[in-house]
Design a protein. Structure first.
Length: 259
């Protein structure tokens, strides 16, 4: 009976998520087409996404806790990367744009939603794409917005923090812009394994993983902000020191493979 109820829960939640994403996409398209004033349009987009993310957190069963003080815009934020739930977690706390791998732009529905909300897509295997991305990010920051970057370049199991790549930190390093750090962590009630049901990594397929996550009643999500932003003239030094800040608050996700 418990297994049956978990399947019913997942189906109802998945239906709600798809309807919410579709509704948000239609509202965003209408807003972008019908609102003539840029500031009013940006405010409307932010409100739509605030509501959409709040519903998404509720439907996925996320129980969120925040430690430390979130940065005020304009900001650059880096964090360890554990999967697609990181987007909901961070966006629930901060109005921010994300840098994401280009493949997500082609995802049905969710890709359109990401494009409409200003996600910056990068071809991670194409090093020449970095210059374009850095120019784009410079414009975003100068507009007074916040940007979140996952310097590991890929999501992990939650057992450790991977190398922080400095490519996307070129602009803040060169311009002396302060960069903030945040540490993400998830937990589930036993016997569920947070590394497999919340973290999304390796060769896991998106829909299978999402369905498995939605079968759980809830899970805990925590974001810890560092006390002070960092300014470094070298992007390599900036990447290394930001990783050190993340590691100070890092706790392995339950069930993650040993590092």
């Amino acid at each position: 009976m418990r297994a049956l109820l978990s399947h019913v829960r997942a189906i109802l939640r998945l239906s709600g998520i798809l309807l919410t994403a579709l509704g948000a996409t239609l509202m965003l398209v209408a807003c972008l087409l019908l609102t003539p004033f840029p500031r009013l349009r940006a405010a409307a987009v932010s409100r739509i996404m605030d509501t959409t993310v709040a519903i998404g957190c509720f439907l996925t069963g996320m129980r969120l806790s925040v430690e430390g003080r979130p940065p005020a815009p304009p900001f650059v934020l880096v964090a360890n990367h554990l999967g697609y739930m990181d987007i909901l977690l961070i966006r629930r706390v901060l109005r921010t744009r994300f840098v994401s791998k280009a493949e997500i732009a082609n995802w049905p529905l969710f890709g359109a939603l990401a494009r409409l909300t200003g996600t910056v897509f990068i071809e991670r295997r194409n090093k020449r794409d970095l210059s374009r991305i850095n120019r784009t990010l410079d414009g975003v920051w100068n507009d007074g917005s916040g940007v979140t970057i996952f310097p590991e370049g890929t999501s992990g199991s939650g057992g450790s923090v991977g190398r922080f790549h400095g490519g996307l930190l070129e602009v803040p390093a060169r311009s002396g812009r302060p960069v903030h750090a945040a540490t993400l962590w998830y937990a589930t009630k036993p016997p569920a394994n947070a590394s497999l049901t919340v973290c999304w990594w390796g060769d896991m397929t998106f829909m299978d993983h999402l369905y498995r996550l939605l079968r759980m009643p809830h899970f805990d999500a925590r974001i810890t902000f560092s006390d002070q932003p960092l300014i470094r003239a070298s992007r390599k030094a900036l990447a290394e020191d930001l990783k050190a800040q993340v590691l100070r608050s890092f706790r392995p996700v339950d069930g993650a493979p040993a590092a």
